[in-house]
Design a protein around this ligand. Structure first.
Ligand code: SF4
Length: 389
């Protein structure tokens, strides 16, 4: 399907259903960390004005105004923008999108260079949730990851954030080359000392095209042993649960009521708007992704042309399978009755033979009218979920 075949940006005028979530990608960082394959440019702040103009053009691709329940500004490092640039970004978004009363407005941020001024600006534009890329409280691990902040700086930023934002989330990484089990436990314990109600933990991956991947190929860096990584993941599950922040998704932990509402839209296979280079949206049953090349995306939108890289109209069967694939990420799993009402089919029946086998071998279970991964299944989540695609 060609991008022009379908309106990937907005629901039809007569539609009663409109996405209730908005994602915006800000592709700027001071430095590219060796493991990072996100869509971004490092140390190219001169592109920010053109990015904002291009973003305005892309957002204005929509007619009318839309009310959303969640806004998520991700990156990159959105807080790399100046206060004026951040205000301009908010002006562009809020000209088309209104956050419903009680809505969630998240921004991703790095402890590195996160000034009081930018935090005040975020609060002023309505941000009520900040997700901090802390990654570790071990200076050696931060050095390996090429992060630009120290543990002390991270602690100071967390303390200031909890005073300003209703919700604060910390991102942590395990399975880093050279990281010991004790270092990971110390990081989890340090995180627990703060009154934060949401923590994300990610196992380090070596993505093609990254500096870490090259070093891995050259034998200059080692992947963490599988059993160590498994122990680290298990420790996060048990320690954070004991701290009142239980797991609710493969990589996410939250106190009751503090789950990320925006990301839950993705896991429940609901639709969302998205703007910015590399941004992926789901509107009108069509998934589409913008060009990842930041300069190309800017150039296109400065010239009034859309910069779509991929467009995929999902068939009913694909929608069903995707809903299972995504829904299994949630610890509570997929509500069998809700699934039947939504897709007019039985969630278990769409499982192929290997997925059926996971029910027999105990990686999947049906309990409380939900299909879900068991605890053992969570350790092999990627393999089990892939069998539904
Ligand atoms: S700060 Fe985050 S987004 Fe920026 S390069 Fe590092 S990992 Fe990637």
């Amino acid at each position: 399907m060609k991008p022009s075949d379908v309106d990937v940006y907005a629901p039809p005028e007569n539609s009663h259903v409109s996405p209730r979530a908005l994602y915006v990608h800000v592709p700027f960082c001071r430095h590219r960390c060796g493991y990072c394959d996100f869509t971004l440019v490092a140390d190219k702040d001169d592109l920010v004005p053109a990015y904002l103009k291009a973003l305005e053009n892309e957002v204005n691709r929509l007619d009318g105004e839309y009310e959303v329940d969640t806004i998520f500004i991700g990156g990159g490092t959105p807080t790399h923008l100046s206060t004026k640039q951040m205000e301009r970004l908010a002006e562009i978004l809020l000209s088309r999108f209104q956050l419903t009363a009680g809505g969630e407005f998240s921004v991703e941020a790095n402890p590195d260079g996160l000034s009081d001024d930018i935090m005040k600006t975020l609060s002023g534009i309505g941000v009520n949730r900040i997700s901090l890329g802390v990654q570790s409280f071990d200076p050696e691990v931060l050095k390996t990851l090429e992060r630009q902040h120290t543990p002390v700086e991270a602690q100071a930023v967390i303390e200031r954030s909890v005073d300003i934002f209703a919700q604060v989330s910390l991102d942590l990484i395990f399975g880093v080359p050279g990281q010991t089990f004790d270092s990971w436990i110390a990081t989890l314990e340090a995180a627990r000392q703060f009154p934060v109600r949401h923590i994300s933990t990610y196992g380090l991956t070596f993505e093609k095209g990254t500096d870490f991947y090259r070093r891995l190929q050259q034998g200059r860096i080692q992947v963490a042993p599988d059993d160590l990584e498994r122990d680290m993941y298990a420790a996060a599950m048990s320690q954070l649960a004991r701290a009142g922040v239980p797991q609710y998704e493969i990589s996410n932990f939250a106190a009751v009521g503090a789950e990320c509402r925006h990301n839950t839209v993705y896991w429940q296979a609901n639709e969302y708007f998205a703007f910015g280079p590399g941004a992926a949206r789901y509107v009108n049953g069509v998934r589409s992704t913008n060009a990842r090349n930041v300069s190309r995306w800017i150039h296109c939108w400065l010239n009034g042309k859309s910069a779509l890289q991929e467009v995929e109209q999902l068939s009913d069967e694909e929608k069903r399978r995707e809903a299972v694939f995504l829904g299994l990420r949630l610890v509570e799993g997929i509500d069998v009755s809700v699934f039947r009402d939504r897709f007019s089919s039985d969630v278990v029946e769409i499982a192929n033979a290997s997925a059926q086998q996971h029910l027999q071998t105990g990686l999947l279970e049906i309990a409380d009218n939900h299909l879900r991964l068991t605890l053992d299944g969570r350790f092999l989540a990627d393999t089990v979920m892939a069998d539904f695609l």
